[in-house]
Design a protein around this ligand. Structure first.
Ligand SMILES: [Fe+2]
Length: 235
């Protein structure tokens, strides 16, 4: 959807296709996070994996622990966040008072250290994805926190302009193309929700304590269950 220039801006300019993300802190993180850490380490240790190895649980954590109070509190906070960001992204398309239902299709945790990371990727079969930082440990906290080095353990998101960087022409006229990524700096209790198609990469993490996160995918429906596009040509 095209967004026209803000009131007061140059009326000859049309700015297209903004990207909408949500970043906010869970008010109850100081209560919830210690309980999650206990659950996650117990879960991992049952599998007798090496503590030095990056660990990712299966993505059916909510089914495995349906009665875990803090996990359910986090899932509710995540669902509310998805509605908040999806309502903003779909402004003008959703009716104002429209009730929607969030289906968290996958939720899992990851424990990382020893420079572990994932390559740049996107998520399929969902409209919104996200990360919740349970323990940010020694992750970079700002662009200035590791001068001259890659930012430890941040989540980096890449905008569409990144496609035009490799081998592309660069001059002063397209300096804006360099503004093609955004970093989410981990903080305990911070939730970051993003469109599932957005390219992203968790940067390598190394620290005294492990970096622990929850990741998730979700679909969103309205009352009629509308999930996908209507491909008819005669509407
Ligand atoms: Fe991801």
């Amino acid at each position: 959807m095209a967004k026209k220039t803000k009131p007061g801006g140059n009326p000859n300019i049309v700015s297209l296709w903004p990207t909408t993300l949500l970043a906010k802190r869970f008010a109850h993180y100081q209560k919830v996070n210690p309980a999650l850490l206990e659950l996650f380490y117990q879960h991992r240790d049952r599998e007798q994996r090496s503590p030095q190895q990056a660990y990712a649980s299966k993505d059916d954590l909510l089914s495995q622990y349906p009665l875990h109070q803090e996990l359910n509190e986090l899932a509710e906070f995540i669902s509310q966040g998805i509605v908040e960001v999806a309502r903003e992204a779909n402004k003008g398309l959703w009716r104002n008072d429209e009730k929607v239902r969030v289906n968290i299709t996958g939720l899992w945790f990851q424990i990382s250290n020893a420079h572990s990371f994932h390559e740049m990727h996107v998520h399929g079969n969902c409209s919104w994805s996200g990360v919740y930082y349970v323990r940010s440990a020694d992750c970079a906290t700002s662009p200035q926190s590791n001068p001259g080095q890659q930012p430890n353990g941040v989540t980096r998101f890449y905008g569409p302009h990144v496609e035009h960087m490799a081998g592309g022409f660069g001059d002063y006229g397209n300096l804006y193309l360099h503004d093609n990524s955004w970093d989410s700096f981990p903080e305990d209790g911070k939730l970051c929700i993003f469109p599932s198609h957005l390219k992203h990469m968790p940067f390598p993490y190394n620290g005294k304590e492990d970096r622990v996160i929850v990741s998730f995918h979700a679909q969103v429906f309205n009352a009629s269950g509308t999930q996908s596009y209507d491909y008819g040509f005669n509407n």
